[in-house]
Design a binder for this molecule. Structure first.
Ligand code: AMP
Ligand code: ZN
Length: 134
């Protein structure tokens, strides 16, 4: 992808604060961090989102997320950890190259990854189960 900033960062054409790199991924610090240590897992191969990424890369990304969460929690002494992955504008995606947010959480921080719980009605439950249950 010619004009994709995360392609350029992941492949080293644009410098970024790199925490980890291997043949498939680069992990960088987010420039607009939600908390101290907020990082992004970027695959080097372009995929816009979860729908486009290969099964192999999705699996590797999750394994790397686990490894980074463990390492970062140990190093930063954070009290919790969010792994966030946005797909599409309504879901908050602003850079259309698949990435996973690694967000260290600290007791009392004001990071907002929460929502107002709704109610699962019988009607909606039935509709969704009909559409999705295998
Ligand atoms: P999303 O909203 O899930 O697409 O996340 C995009 C993230 O990329 C945001 O948290 C931005 O702060 C971050 N970001 C955008 N451009 C850069 C950049 N050049 N270097 C590091 N992080 C960036
Ligand atoms: Zn890209």
């Amino acid at each position: 992808m010619d004009n994709c900033i995360f392609c350029k960062i992941a492949n080293g054409e644009i410098p970024a604060a790199t925490l980890y790199e291997d043949d498939d991924f680069r992990v960088i610090l987010d420039l607009g961090p939600a908390s101290k240590g907020h990082a992004l897992i970027l695959p080097k191969a372009h995929a816009a989102n979860i729908y486009e990424i290969s099964d192999e890369m999705a699996a590797k990304a999750m394994i790397l997320a686990k490894k980074m969460a463990t390492k970062m929690t140990d190093a930063l002494k954070c009290d919790g950890f969010n792994i966030v992955q946005n797909n599409g504008e309504p879901a908050g995606q602003t850079v259309f190259h698949f990435h996973m947010h690694l967000i260290p959480r600290y007791k009392g921080d004001k990071v907002g990854i929460t929502w107002e719980p709704g109610t699962l009605t019988d009607e909606v439950k039935k509709e969704i189960l009909e559409k999705l249950k295998n």
